[in-house]
Design a protein around this ligand. Structure first.
Ligand code: FAD
Length: 438
């Protein structure tokens, strides 16, 4: 057992996982500003409906996390098959768009296949489609002009909210399937039975929403809830919790959004301070609806690339597990992206009217459907923007923080596009690092 004092800021999965992996090996203090564990991976119940902060599905790739989650959730886990689709040009086509153009208007199918063939001929070498390219160029070179125009450009502009030339493709990795030409051609002629992508099947708790994972992982961690970090004196290695005294630390683990962490640090060197405004992100409004009709869709989620729809994605929790809706009902999570400086007036009834009209326009809702539950959750930090200088800037910041025994981890701490499994692994890695330095 090390004598070092470790303070963990934030009890989302990355923070809880750090504390979990330090159990019986170090004394830790974990604080969380909200009134429960889980951060973005939490759930809540309203009138018999269970909602996450949009759908939170478990895509597991590592044996360690597979075993850990199985051990924690035991038989409270369902294995689900992805049934994702894209709604465009008035039709639903299976996900991913690039290998499922069959069913779209013929002219669009031809543009997609022709463009892909041309891209393969011109840009077959990996360096010609490096992910450090601006996203629009990477997408054009990887998928060709048709798929770029009819899905990649429209969908990504809607999600990220900035011109695609101002961001790189470094976040894509496993998130954006890159098919072979033969698959693109095959999927243009008939429905495809082959699955693509990292999330063909996924796990989800049978009951209780994703919150149960956070609760189980944190069940033996003493967390000070409703406690916010106010200031950090990195020179003296002291942290102040709101309205309380300063607390000393040897190692500080932060899972706060990197921007928030830096703003709380007193006397930051100018060289670091000046980097803060270059960190950009986008916000998402999560709208959860409970509906009085069963089976409003058989899909797990649907992407909406077209501008005429206010949302970019709609998901259906009752298709992950039937235990999240009352009998005879359905539920939906709807995601609307917006720049953090913009205010969406979702209290204005006109806003929900527009959402409902769009849901009817694409056939998800019928005029006679009753909305039994409406719930809005603005997610201020939703997606980190992979701007051109993100890599260089974050490296400088992390070098400074690490030298001062501060580890900024997790999706927002490391300022990256990642998922729950990675947050758990980030916590494990950080715990091991601290123990090796102690
Ligand atoms: C719209 C959306 C959909 C997603 N869908 C999926 C999915 O399907 N599958 C998947 O695997 N992942 C998904 N993710 C990603 C997943 O939510 C994250 O990777 C993971 O939950 C991040 O955990 P974290 O601990 O790094 O951060 P967080 O969960 O953000 O935890 C940080 C914690 O710090 C606390 N905090 C903030 N400020 C302070 C302060 N001043 N003082 C004290 N505490 C503070 C917060 O309250 C929070 O609890 C999704 C994310 C979003 C935004």
């Amino acid at each position: 057992m090390t004598e070092k004092k470790i303070v963990i800021l934030g009890a989302g999965l990355a923070g809880i996982s750090t504390a979990y992996h330090l159990q019986n090996k170090a004394k830790t203090t974990t604080i969380e500003k909200s009134n429960c564990l889980g951060g973005t991976a939490r759930s809540f119940q309203i009138n018999g409906f269970t909602f996450d902060i949009t759908g939170h599905l478990l895509h597991l790739h590592h044996l360690y996390t597979k075993n850990l989650i199985q051990k924690l959730l035991k038989n409270n886990l369902y294995s689900c098959e992805r049934k994702a689709a894209i709604y465009s040009h008035g039709v639903l086509t299976p996900y991913p768009f690039q290998v499922n153009t069959y069913g779209l208007p013929q002219k669009i199918v031809q543009e997609c296949v022709y463009g892909f063939k041309k891209a393969v001929n011109n840009y077959s070498k990996d360096e010609k489609r490096s992910t450090s390219l601006p996203f629009n160029l990477w997408s054009l070179r990887t998928f060709g002009s048709g798929i770029h125009k009819h899905f990649m450009k429209s969908y990504n502009e809607k999600l990220w909210g900035i011109p695609l030339k101002d961001m790189t493709a470094e976040w894509c990795g496993m998130f954006v399937p890159q098919p072979k030409l033969e698959d693109v051609i095959r999927g243009s002629k008939k429905s495809f039975d082959k699955s693509f992508g990292y999330n063909v099947t996924f796990l989800y708790p049978k009951k209780g929403g994703i919150q149960v994972l956070s609760e189980k992982l944190g069940s033996r961690i003493p967390v000070k809830l409703n406690t916010s970090v106010e200031k950090i004196n990195w020179k003296e290695k002291l942290v102040k919790f709101e309205g309380k005294e300063w607390v000393p630390y040897d190692f500080l683990v932060s899972t706060l959004p990197l921007v928030e962490l830096l703003k709380k640090m007193t006397d930051l060197p100018k060289t670091i301070q000046n980097l803060i405004p270059t960190l950009k992100w986008t916000s998402v409004l999560n709208i959860n609806l409970g509906i009085n009709r069963p089976n409003i869709s058989d899909k797990t989620w649907i992407y909406f690339p077209e501008k005429k729809f206010i949302f970019y994605r709609v998901g259906f929790p009752m298709n992950f597990t039937p235990h999240v809706v009352p009998k005879g009902c359905s539920s939906m999570y709807i995601e609307v992206s917006y720049p953090p400086e913009k205010k969406i007036d979702f209290q204005d009834p006109k806003f929900l009217k527009k959402v409902r009209a769009d849901l009817e326009k694409c056939g998800i809702l019928q005029k006679s459907d009753k909305i039994l539950v409406t719930n809005f959750i603005p997610i201020r930090y939703a997606y980190v923007l992979y701007t051109k200088d993100r890599k260089k800037v974050t490296q400088k910041i992390f070098d400074f923080l690490n030298t001062n025994q501060i580890f900024s981890i997790g999706r927002y701490g490391e300022w990256k596009y990642s998922f729950m499994e990675e947050a758990i692994l980030d916590g494990k890695k950080t715990a091991e690092k601290i123990l090796s330095l102690s």
